[in-house]
Design a protein around this ligand. Structure first.
Ligand code: SAM
Ligand code: FES
Length: 347
């Protein structure tokens, strides 16, 4: 394995079979070796900087019915909410004061957020805070919609591909959704000049080592500016409630691999990773991640944006995720930086 890992670190490319071998042979020794190379690679490009993105969960209303997701349309137990434009502006103003220079507006596919309404919000945030980047994570939309939102000032878009295998995709989603459309969206976003983020869940139902290898090959080919991966965690009111969760160990292992595949990628240590393990986000950074996404949503809605069971940072005590994460990062020798945190070039 050491040879294969060294090859990856030097050439940033392996065959699907080779990726599969790395995944199937995960053990502590290989993980340590990968981690060392990944951290070294990241340090060369980003030093010990960790970038922050303020996450604003603007709506949990969704027309889709993904089998894994707690805010899926069919979950009648989910108490729905939608933030007003004023509430979203207040979150971004507060975030700005706290030092955030990137805001991520994320939500279910809620038709209320038409191009006109969402575009106005993007424009307003941009005109209040011209030095900030805006990332949207609002699911699949038309080319025209993505184009309009880009013209309104959106800089980045996160749309996880979820799995690079069409059959696996079909086992995670109802037939109204397709792998082809997901990928089409990602390509269109790129064409429109967005910085694009893809990603997937680790340990999602029916996922095989081969599927994960296909995800890695997809990332190698697509070279996203950002890549969001986190463990799958079951939600009690979904069809996947009885499937086991993914592990922090495999997630961190893959974070290291992804750092070596595409050195300049912006790689978050996700909330799901912090949920599956109390020090998951620290483990993620120490495996090669370089982004954290503190929650900026009003505390009163946080519990309602429950994509999976026991999501962290949803209680009153977590009003200030920014401070909490700064302290956590400092303890492990990293500094949170205040700037837009655009992707750098590989050195
Ligand atoms: N609607 C937008 C979209 O589809 O891109 C953004 C919101 S969606 C809830 C954000 C991400 O949450 C999904 O891409 C998925 O990977 C992740 N997610 C959903 N349910 C999850 C679960 N049970 N465990 C872990 N991650 C989950
Ligand atoms: Fe939210 Fe620590 S990051 S409370």
């Amino acid at each position: 394995m050491r040879e294969l890992i060294t090859k990856l670190s030097e050439t940033h490319s392996l065959s699907v079979e080779e990726y599969e071998a790395i995944i199937s042979n995960r053990n502590d020794e290989n993980a340590r070796f990968l981690r060392t190379l990944a951290v070294e690679t990241r340090r060369r490009i980003y030093g010990n900087a960790v970038y922050v993105r303020g996450l604003i969960e603007i709506s949990n209303i969704c027309k889709n019915d993904c089998y894994y997701c707690g805010i899926r349309r069919s979950n009648s137990e989910c108490e729905r909410y939608r933030l007003t434009r004023e509430e979203i502006m207040a979150c971004s103003d507060e975030g700005y004061e706290l030092g955030f220079r990137t805001f991520v507006l994320q939500g279910g596919e809620d038709s209320y957020f038409s191009d006109e309404i969402l575009g106005r919000i993007v424009k307003d945030i941009k005109s209040h805070h011209p030095d900030c980047a805006i990332t949207l994570s609002m699911g699949e939309r038309s080319y025209e919609s993505y184009k309009f939102l880009r013209e309104c000032g959106a800089d980045r878009y996160l749309l996880r591909h979820e799995t690079a295998n069409p059959e696996h995709y079909a086992r995670l989603h109802p037939s109204a959704m397709s792998y082809e459309n997901r990928i089409k969206c990602l390509r269109e976003l790129r064409e429109l000049g967005y910085q694009v983020g893809c990603g997937f869940m680790v340990g999602s139902p029916y996922q095989t080592a081969r599927n994960l290898a296909e995800d890695l090959k997809f990332i190698e080919d697509f070279k996203p500016e950002m890549c969001g991966i986190g463990p799958f965690i079951p939600h009690k009111d979904t069809p996947f409630k009885d499937f086991p969760a993914g592990t922090a160990e495999m997630t961190c292992y893959l974070l290291s691999v992804i750092r070596l595949i595409h050195p300049p990628v912006l790689l978050p240590a996700t909330t799901a990773l912090g949920t599956i393990n109390p020090i998951g986000r620290e483990m993620g950074i120490m495996a090669g991640a370089n982004v954290v996404m503190p929650n900026l949503s009003p505390v009163k809605v946080r519990k309602k944006y429950e994509l999976y069971d026991n999501k962290i940072c949803t209680g009153e005590e977590s009003a200030q995720c920014r401070e909490c994460l700064s302290n956590r990062m400092r303890k492990i020798g990293y500094e949170i930086v205040v700037d837009r945190g655009d992707a750098k070039r590989a050195l």
